[in-house]
Design a protein around this ligand. Structure first.
Ligand code: SAH
Length: 260
């Protein structure tokens, strides 16, 4: 029976797709990729006869119509999504019409740009006794934020914030962070095109400076903003050690030295 696979392509580097995602691309009779972000290189795995299309200019209705049509002709149809399909990917809007006509679908996760950005900058999004929480969110743009989820409210936790879809709204980001008790000299890192071969750009600054720095670096799209009390920890002289590797800490795979 035909199946439509929603495959996370990863953040841009074609090597960051999963092994399973790569196999499905090789098997696919038809692939629809999200042209605006997924590098065309991701389709390099496709077979010779595979029908490949870019959804850049399509409406949601055209996308689902395409997937349904191709599922009549092919066993394996892939909708290639940027990063992980569960984040800002209109996944449910595409799955529902398939459900309605009885076409099976399945999701293959991918490396989100939040993690590719952290990797690019060699930052840890959690650190013992600094923050143990990561909030994946955005500031309000054309899509309204549900009640209780304004950046000002979420930022009050002083945990790590990964901001998607917000690079053109750095003024709003700053205002919300300051209102939540952050300071202009708190660190921020912006990564544009994280993991894209030869195109990645990392800008380190502060809440007060980052907007001007991004303007100078001409970063206005495809960028992840990370605000976190963990930023720059690589250069801290002292660090609370993770309990996982602490000699006094027993866990499932290792007994603490003292107990031996
Ligand atoms: N599902 C995707 C997010 C799609 S929303 C994921 O999991 O990554 C699109 C937003 O993701 C962009 O506005 C940008 O904030 C971020 N983004 C996607 N790819 C990126 C990349 N390679 N580098 C930095 N940010 C990226």
């Amino acid at each position: 029976m035909a199946k439509v696979w929603f495959v996370g392509a990863g953040p841009g580097d074609p090597e960051l797709i999963t092994v399973k995602g790569q196999r499905l691309l090789q098997q696919a009779g038809a692939i629809l990729f999200a042209g605006s972000l997924v590098s065309e290189a991701s389709t390099r795995w496709a077979g010779e006869d595979c029908e490949i299309a870019d959804s850049k200019g399509m409406t949601l209705e055209q996308i689902t119509a395409w997937l349904i049509e191709k599922a009549q002709a092919h066993e394996t149809v892939v909708r290639l999504q940027t990063g992980d399909p569960s984040l800002y990917g209109a996944l449910i809007e595409m799955v529902q019409p398939l459900d309605a006509v009885g076409i099976a679908s399945e999701v293959v996760p991918g490396v989100s740009s939040a993690f590719a950005a952290a990797a690019a900058a060699c930052e840890s999004l959690t650190l013992p006794e600094v923050t143990q929480t990561v909030i994946l969110t955005r500031v309000e743009g054309r899509t309204p934020m549900p009640e209780g989820e304004s950046l000002q409210e979420l930022a009050q936790h002083h945990s790590t914030l990964c901001l998607f879809l917000s690079i053109t709204l750095l003024n709003k980001v700053r205002n919300a962070l300051l209102a939540a008790g952050w300071h202009d000299d708190d660190p921020v890192v912006v990564v544009q095109k994280a993991s894209w071969p030869g195109e990645e750009q990392i800008v380190r600054g502060t809440i007060g400076t980052i907007r001007e720095q991004c303007r100078e670096a001409k970063i206005a799209a495809q960028a992840m903003i990370i605000v976190s009390p963990t930023l720059g920890a690589r250069h801290w002289p002292e660090l609370k050690r993770s309990k996982l590797y602490d000699a006094d800490f027993t866990h499932r795979f290792r007994r603490a030295e003292k107990l031996k």
